[in-house]
Each structure stands twice: as C-alpha cells, then as structure tokens.
Design a protein around this ligand. Structure first.
Ligand code: SF4
Length: 117
C-alpha cells in the first residue's frame, strides 16, 4: 500500500512556514512521488485534528506527516492514533518542514517516500 502524505500548515499563520510554497509542495508530492495522495490539514494538534485522525486512520497504512518538531508531533498525535486503532510509532514518519525552502521540503518528503519502497 502506498503512503499518504498529510501536511499540517499550522493555521497558515505560523512564521515557521513562511518560506514554504504549500501548494507547490502538495502538487509535487501528489503528482511526482509514489504516494496514494497528499492532503492539507490546517491544525492537527487541536480538537478537530483529533477528530480528523479518529475518522481517518486505518491500520497498516503509512502516513508521512509534514509539520513541526517530530517529538511534539508524537506527543500530540499518538493518543488519537491509539483511539482509532492505529499505532503511531509503526505507521507515522514525521517530518519537520518548518523554516526550510520549498525545494528542501520536497527533497525531505521524496527521501522518505523512496525509503518506504
Ligand atoms: S501540529 Fe505542529 S505544525 Fe501542526 S498546527 Fe500543531 S504546532 Fe502547528
């Protein structure tokens, strides 16, 4: 099964993503990389993010999550995975895509997608 890419864009207001061209990244991932699809969520670490995960997570699917610090992501997302029958540590590859250029973000995602083949 191909991985899914989820980009969390921190409401669109966070200065950490100022240098990222979100739509260039998403269109690159969905069109050029070997993923099932790529989606954007505005703020995964709040209540509607939890509700989204609980609706969305399937066992045995890999999720590549582009967002903030991977340690913070783990803290914020692992319970929602557990409650949806998933296993964060087995299913998620988290990437910190803050404060880097769009090209660097594309390269990081590409490396992970290729490592999962
Ligand atoms: S998960 Fe990280 S990137 Fe996403 S909204 Fe929360 S702090 Fe921002």
């Amino acid at each position: 099964m191909k991985p899914r890419f989820i980009m969390c864009i921190c409401t669109g207001q966070c200065p950490g993503f100022k240098s990222l061209d979100l739509w260039a990244l998403i269109n690159y991932v969905r069109n050029e990389l070997d993923v099932e699809y790529a989606i954007v969520h505005p703020q995964l670490c709040v209540d509607d993010g939890d509700r989204f995960f609980k609706d969305y997570i399937k066992p045995d699917v890999k999720y590549i999550i582009g967002a903030c610090d991977p340690k913070m992501q783990r803290k914020m997302f692992k319970d929602a995975f557990l409650e949806s029958g998933g296993d964060y540590d087995k299913q998620v590859i988290s990437l910190d895509l803050r404060n880097i250029s769009t090209e660097e973000a594309m390269k990081k995602v590409k490396e992970v997608v290729e490592s999962l083949k």
